[in-house]
Design a protein around this ligand. Sequence first.
Ligand code: FE2
Length: 668
Amino acid sequence: MVVYTVTAHTGKGLTAGTTSLIYIQLRGTEAESEEQNLNRIQGFWQGSERTFKINCKASLGELVSVKLYSKPFMGLLYNQWFCDKISVNTPEGDKILFPCYCWLDCNERLVLRPAKASLVFQDTNLIAQRHRTRQREEQQKLFRWRVHAQGIPQVIDYDTALALPAEVRFSFTKETEFYSSAGKQLAALKLTGLADCRRSWESISQLEVILCENRNKTIDYVQEHWDEDEFFGYQYLNGLNPMMIQHCSKLPENFPVTDDMVKDSLSGSSLEQEMKKGNIFLSDYKMLDGLVGNEVSGRQQYLTAPLVLLYCNPHGMMMPIAIQLKQKPSKENPIFLPSDSNADWKLAKIFVRNAEFGVHEVDFHLLRTHLLAEVFTMATLRHLPSPHPLYKLLFPHIRYTLQINIMARGLLISKDGAITKYAGVGGESLDNLLKRATASLTYSSLCLPDNISERGLENVPHYYYRDDGMKLWKIINKFVAAFLSHYYQHDAHIQKDTELQRWISEIFTNGFLGRDGSGIPSSFQTLKDLIKFVTMVIFTASGQHAAVNNGQFDFGGWMPNYPTALRKPPPKEKGQTTEDTILETLPDVSTTVNGMAVLRLLSKDSADHYPLGCFPEKLYDEEVPFKLVEDFQKDLRELSDLIEERNKKLELPYTYLNPKNVDNSVAI
Ligand code: FE2
């Protein structure tokens, strides 16, 4: 007779415990134990650890799996159990960890594998092979793709978050917090009576009344500086969307800016000279060209597709020097200049900021972080079984992504969603913009080092997004490289890992729609290629999402800086715009406050969030990944210190890529 000592760890969540009967069976290479009921009298309570003895006639050999099974107590009473992990002390003196982190429902079974990661061709035991195949088949039935719209990445085939398997849903804390926060926002709006007010604002300063307790230092700064050129240029580098600016060495043919127009802005120098010095930059919103503005409350809204020329001046400030609001040059499409009347120049910048709302929310936030993170999540859940090292590596980076995206489809971009109701770019234009953005999506634009060099922004001063982002990219890359090199010792291992190859193939086909032109790989031949791709996946879900998500209320809370919709068409000639025209063009009171409420909700911290480098689930028990995680956390802490030190010297600190503020996954 030999004895196995089993410890069952129940999760710490509010409803994790159970009074149901829980049966366990150990399976080894030589034999399997009898099924044993662990929960005869005492229940498994939230956060508890309970230890049991399992007697076997002889050693089971090397343990391959643990089977858990649940039945109702007295045939009637049952509730789900959230098991964190099972650890087993073997008669041979080994301690083997079996991570779980799953709900076990009545009459269901769970098969757990040891924490030690393995690749498909290394996991040769028949039981292990069967488990891998079965897990993949079951996951593929649960997580099915759906074409949400032609020409955009495929999504999960569920309409409501309630239909999602419990493991990938919000925790009780997060769900309660989210809905209570949304409820409070709505109630506050109703109380103020502003939610349905279709009037224009009487003055810009009147907007103060709606900020009240929602203020913070950045919003105060934005309120004070929103119409200054220096801040307008600053936002191209360190605002909500630091992705739209690029170096300009030749003016686009449809943007006929002359030296005469900009000589004052260039302190007497010429465009050609400044281009040669590398000081001229462009932001071209051509992706919006031809899109028709949405109707908001039955009223037509107007979109533009501006071109903005910027000059990095001798003080290192990025200054706008010319704005053309539509792509096709004509008499009725004047090029606005800082030397124009205050009102003309201010309104031109407001149209640019509205164009920015469209490209930022639809392309850089929704598509490039949320929808891509959903693609990576789906492929991971469908193709990588729990013992796969890449599954373990990506597990923290897929938390809550499916649910937040289902909610975004239902609450933001659906027929009755907030974007459709309150944004000029909502409805049909949003669909078209999303398709255009998907069609032009490239692998290199998702990899920060390539992206920065493609946009020619290596040497621009005060580009904190780039400075912090490149350091963060390097830290993630170092961790990913060391982690994957531990499991894949040769390129041949990559090539014969059929699970990995299916993973990338599905990302290519369902996420990037099989577009070879995207540069996204459809298979991996080398470890180097895999490391780069996985670095991109983790950076996208963590740092990049934080950079384009977390400042939504900071920069958008002061509405004129980030108007969701504009009610008048762009001016066709100079000298006609007044301060009243600006108020008539900006969103009305209702659109403003509803837009603000959404931005507030989407920027709010959750108590249930996990910063980058935090691994609440113990999926490993091997020495090497443990050590790598420690090194990763140390690198992140050092970067955090560096950013905080730098920020002390800044009038407006750049905090979005401080690892402390970066969540592991797209969860909001
Ligand atoms: Fe987000």
